[in-house]
Design a protein around this ligand. Structure first.
Ligand SMILES: [Zn+2]
Length: 270
């Protein structure tokens, strides 16, 4: 083994070739998955069941930590259940094995997210921004799209492949995907891995079609994002937007997907 390592360190080009080969073999072992709505082919290793397990663990932890702040009655609770229920019904056509749940937590933070596998958390602090059912459907459509498009699993996969390649090039020992996942879980990377800009854009696209399929007018999404842009002018962005980089082109892109979403909306309304 030592001789092999010495050989690799001495010949970086060979190491890079071997790394490319190993990454190629690992890619063969990944699952080809096609994203809903955008039909993009991605490679992920985690199965739906593994994603559900990871998400459920994180969800249970969050609920334990915020037990005293969980809201389980009243108009805000009813709104979150009503809107999430309709978005979930649409998303479960793409991910029938996910187990959908939503919790509303009293917290003065403008945020909402959907964990891998379909567990949704909404903070009361986002409700003044979403204002109405369609606004909330815009946010939840986007968040749920991250889950059905398996964006976390995709990030983990990319980091894993890069990690393996870097390790081999550095002359270290490549670890198995299982070991890598455990290391990531220990570091808490899985849940805090930021989404890429292209994933954010894809979640906007899928989310827009989801809200339309759920019977909400997709034009309301434009109203919501334009309101968010105005709210951000010259101020600290709300938590939700600092997690989701916003740019001037975002509203334009959403406008471009509108005809597709409106066709879906008309189908539901008919
Ligand atoms: Zn997002």
């Amino acid at each position: 083994m030592k001789a092999v390592l010495a050989f690799l360190i001495g010949r970086p080009l060979v190491a890079i070739l071997i790394a490319a080969l190993v990454v190629g073999v690992l890619l063969l072992n990944t699952r080809r998955q096609t994203t809903p709505v955008t039909h993009r082919v991605e490679h992920v290793q985690l199965t739906d069941a593994q994603q559900s397990k990871l998400g459920a663990q994180e969800y249970a932890k969050t609920l334990r930590q915020s037990r005293a702040a969980i809201i389980s009655s009243g108009p805000q609770y009813a709104e979150v259940q009503r809107v999430a229920g309709r978005i979930e019904a649409v998303a479960s056509r793409d991910k029938p094995d996910f187990v959908w749940r939503v919790s509303l937590i009293r917290k003065n933070e403008a945020n909402a997210y959907c964990l891998p596998g379909g567990k949704i958390v909404v903070y009361t602090g986002i409700l003044p921004l979403t204002r109405n059912d369609a606004g909330l459907a815009t946010v939840l459509g986007h968040e749920v799209a991250h889950a059905t498009a398996e964006h976390v699993a995709e990030r983990i996969e990319r980091n894993h492949l890069t990690g393996v390649a870097a390790t081999i090039i550095a002359g270290g020992v490549a670890f198995t995907p299982g070991q890598f996942l455990r290391i990531q879980a220990l570091l808490g990377i899985g849940s805090s891995l930021p989404f890429s800009r292209s994933q954010e854009s894809e979640a906007d696209h899928i989310g827009l079609v989801y809200m339309a399929r759920a019977g909400y007018d997709p034009r309301q999404a434009l109203t919501f994002w334009e309101r968010m842009q105005r709210a951000m002018r010259g101020q600290e962005p709300p938590e939700f937007l600092s997690d989701h980089p916003s740019d001037a082109h975002r509203v334009d892109r959403i406008r471009g997907w509108l005809p597709e979403a409106e066709r879906a909306y008309r189908k539901v309304a008919a």
